[in-house]
Design a binder for this molecule. Structure first.
Ligand code: PEP
Length: 251
């Protein structure tokens, strides 16, 4: 039985003081009637402050980072290592978000190195895959997304794969207000699960959680969550509004 998993990606929003206020407001209104796993992913500069609030209020919310570099330490100016994240209490790391792929030119090879580095240090990746509008319109979305999946998971060991979360995020639906229909989103998540079965066997494929991401809002979350192969959501814009985020958690 896969536990529903709702994660909020704050992107490059909120100073650390704004983040402290925000998580305090979440704490004040928080309920989790579906017993979801819930995670917030603030910018690096707010991670530790948010963690302090979570811990001091015994909030059942996990902490995620939005990115990291795959090396352990050294001359990599401006980068953050997996160990640095682990040492401040991070649980999850988003890897391969489409904004990193598009703006910062991250390839499947780089994403693969990051996923491996996340596992080596004992954190859990939320690995994003998804097609552009032109790929969807060309009819090749499934081949493209499954190709990303295979390349990004190349060489990942079976003992680690169970700790993977996938986020299927069609790029054309991110931050645009256009959501994939629940059926289209679920069809892709089912295809992803089918490929996971080919790669790792049925038992493992049935345990890996697949989130949908792309303009998830309080009004569309419950239909998405009713689909067989959608196990949660990676939420951008709506995770920056306390009431919307809590409403999504309580779909
Ligand atoms: C995202 O950032 O991963 C995302 C899905 O954003 P939004 O919910 O704003 O579309």
């Amino acid at each position: 039985m896969r536990k529903p998993f709702i994660a909020g990606n704050w992107k490059m929003n909120m100073t650390h003081l704004e983040a402290i206020k925000f998580i305090g407001d979440v704490e004040y209104k928080y309920e989790n009637k579906n017993d979801c796993e819930v995670c917030v992913c603030p910018p690096f500069t707010a991670l530790r402050s948010v963690k302090n609030i979570i811990d001091s209020n015994a909030l059942d919310i996990k902490l995620g980072a939005q990115n990291m570099y795959y090396e352990e330490a050294g001359a990599f100016t401006g980068e953050i290592s997996p160990l640095m994240l682990k040492s401040i209490g991070v649980d999850y790391v988003i890897v391969g978000h489409s904004e990193r792929r598009e703006i910062f030119k991250e390839t499947n090879k780089i994403v693969n190195k990051k996923v491996k580095a996340v596992f080596v240090i004992g954190l859990k990746p939320i690995m994003c895959i998804g097609e552009s509008l032109s790929i969807r319109e060309s009819g090749n979305a499934e081949d493209f997304v499954l190709g990303q999946l295979v390349e990004c998971l190349s060489g990942i060991e079976e003992k680690d794969i169970i700790n993977l979360t996938l986020a299927y995020e069609p790029i054309w639906a991110i931050g645009t207000g256009k959501t994939a229909t629940s059926k289209d989103a679920n069809d892709m998540c089912s295809a992803i699960r089918g490929k996971l079965e080919n790669l790792f066997g049925k038992d493992i494929s049935e345990e890996i959680r697949i989130q949908y991401g792309g303009s998830v809002k309080p009004f569309n979350i419950s239909e998405l969550m009713s689909m067989t192969d959608i196990d949660g959501a990676l939420v951008g814009g709506a995770s920056l509004k306390v009431d919307d985020f809590i409403a999504i958690v309580n779909y």
